[in-house]
Design a protein around this ligand. Structure first.
Ligand code: C5P
Length: 406
C-alpha cells in the first residue's frame, strides 16, 4: 500500500544541519509513492549538495528563480501549480521569518507566495537551536504562518547538533512521512475523541507467570492511527505489546483486564467513539500468589482457580452516555467459524450499534485482515487488505453511521 501514490510533493530545503535528514525524507516520500521535486535555498546547499538530492529524487534540483532552462522562465509558477503540497524540511528560523512577512527574494519563498492558497497546502518542519525555537519572534512567526493557512509541524526534543538539549530538532523522516500521509486523509472525525483498546491483557498467576494470548495489538494500533488521521483526538489503552505509538495519539499502558477497565471507564467519560479491539482475557486467577509458586516434589501441579473478568465493552456500552448515543461503541469479534451468525449474536449480546467480525486465527499477528461490519440493519464486507487500510475504511464507516444517526 503506497499512501502517497499519485501525489506530487515540492520538497523545500533551507539552511540547517537537519538537511542531512531531508535526504532520507526524500527517499521515504518516493518509496511511499510520491514524486518529489526538490527546491533548495543557497543556505541549504551549504549543508548538502543538490547532486545528492537529484540522485535521490531522480530530478534536477531547482535552486534559482533566474534559471533560464524553464521555457517560460517562471519556475516559481510552474513548480507551485503542479504540486499537491509544498513541504519545507528543514525550515529554518530565518525562512519562517521570511514567509511570515511574505518576502520572495529566492525561488523557494517565491513559489510559496505564488502558490494557489486554496489548492496547494504548505507544511513546514521547523529545525533550529532550542533558543531560536523558543524565541518570541520565532513563536510569533509560527503563529502568523498558521493564521495564514500554513501547517507548522511539531518539533522534536532532545540532543541538538550544537550540543544543547531541548526542543527545536526537526522531526525524524518517518515522523514527517506519517504527518504528511495523515495530512492528506479526510478529516471525518474532526472534533471527536476516539478511545481504542488494543492488544492482549496479562493476568498474573504469580510474580513471574501469567496467562495472556497471541493478540499483537496491530489492528487496534491501526484504528488509533486512522482515527488520528481523520482529525480526532485519540486515546489508546494498550495491553502489553511492543508497538510504536502512532503519532499524536495519547497512550495509556495497562497489563490486566481490571487495569484496562479502570483506564477505559475514566477516558470514556469524555470520549465520543469507543472501539474495543483488545483481546481481553476471559478469566484471571482468583488469587495472584505473592511469591513464585514452586514445585513441591509431590508430582501434583498446583490447583488454580479462575474468576471471570469484567466485560469492558459491555460495561461501556451500557453506560448512560452510550445509551444516550453520545458515545458510539464498536466491538470486535474474533471467531473461528460462522462469522456472520456469531458476529450478529455478539452485537446483540454486547449491545453495540456496530460489531466488526474477523476470523481470529487468520488475523492474529498478521499485517493484513478481512472484516465483516455487522449493524442492526445491513452487513458490509471489507476485503482482505493491510490493517491500516481496513482501519481507515472502518473509521469512515463509523463516521457515516454517526452522521446518519445525528
Ligand atoms: O466476548 P468476546 O471476547 O468475544 O468479545 C469481543 C469484544 O468484546 C471485543 O471488542 C473485545 O475488545 C471486547 N471485550 C471486552 N472485555 C472483555 C471481553 C471482550 O471489552 N472482558
Amino acid at each position: 500500500m503506497k499512501d502517497l501514490a499519485g501525489k506530487h510533493i515540492v520538497l523545500g530545503l533551507t539552511g540547517g544541519i537537519a538537511c542531512y535528514k531531508a535526504a532520507e525524507l526524500c527517499r521515504a516520500l518516493i518509496k511511499d509513492g510520491a514524486t518529489v521535486q526538490v527546491v533548495m535555498t543557497d543556505a541549504a546547499q551549504q549543508f548538502i549538495t543538490p547532486i545528492t538530492m537529484q540522485a535521490l529524487s531522480n530530478r534536477p534540483v531547482a535552486g534559482s528563480q533566474w534559471d533560464a532552462s524553464e521555457p517560460n522562465n517562471m519556475a516559481h509558477i510552474n513548480l507551485s501549480r503542479e504540486a499537491d503540497a509544498v513541504l519545507i524540511a528543514p525550515c529554518s528560523a530565518d525562512f519562517m521569518a521570511k514567509l511570515a512577512q511574505g518576502r520572495a527574494d529566492d525561488l523557494l519563498s517565491l513559489l510559496c507566495l505564488a502558490r494557489p492558497l486554496d489548492k496547494v497546502p504548505l507544511l513546514l518542519a521547523p529545525a533550529m537551536n532550542r533558543e531560536m525555537w523558543a524565541h518570541p519572534a520565532t513563536q510569533r512567526n509560527a503563529a502568523q504562518l498558521q493564521a495564514d493557512g500554513a501547517t507548522v509541524l511539531a518539533v522534536g526534543g532532545g540532543d541538538q547538533a550544537c550540543g544543547e538539549t531541548g526542543d527545536g530538532r526537526m522531526l525524524e523522516p518517518q515522523e514527517l512521512l506519517e504527518d504528511l500521509v495523515a495530512f492528506f486523509q479526510p478529516k471525518l472525525l474532526a472534533g471527536h475523541h476516539v478511545l481504542v483498546t488494543a492488544g492482549p491483557t496479562y493476568e498474573a498467576i504469580d510474580p513471574v507467570r501469567g496467562i495472556t494470548n497471541l493478540s499483537s495489538g496491530k489492528m487496534g494500533f491501526a484504528v488509533a492511527r486512522a482515527a488520528r488521521e481523520a482529525g480526532a483526538q485519540v486515546t489508546l489503552v494498550a495491553g502489553p505489546v511492543h508497538l510504536p505509538t502512532p503519532r499524536g495519539v495519547r497512550r495509556i499502558d495497562v497489563k490486566s483486564a481490571a487495569d484496562m477497565l479502570t483506564a477505559t471507564v475514566n477516558v470514556a467519560e469524555d470520549a465520543t467513539v469507543f472501539v474495543a479491539t483488545a483481546a481481553v482475557a476471559d478469566w484471571r486467577p482468583a488469587q495472584t500468589a505473592e511469591q513464585k509458586i514452586k514445585k513441591d516434589g509431590s508430582g501434583q501441579p498446583p490447583m488454580l482457580e479462575f474468576v471471570e473478568n469484567p466485560d469492558i465493552l459491555a460495561t461501556i456500552a451500557q453506560s448512560p452516555r452510550a445509551q444516550a448515543a453520545e458515545l458510539f461503541c464498536v466491538g470486535f469479534a474474533a471467531e473461528s467459524e460462522d462469522l456472520l451468525a456469531n458476529s450478529q449474536a455478539k452485537r446483540l449480546r454486547k449491545g453495540v450499534p456496530l460489531l466488526v467480525g474477523n476470523i481470529g486465527p487468520a488475523t492474529f499477528g498478521q499485517d493484513d485482515n478481512a472484516l465483516l461490519l455487522v449493524r442492526e440493519v445491513g452487513v458490509e464486507s471489507l476485503a482482505r487488505a493491510p490493517k491500516l487500510e481496513l482501519a481507515r475504511e472502518l473509521i469512515a464507516a463509523c463516521a457515516r453511521q454517526i452522521r446518519a444517526k445525528a
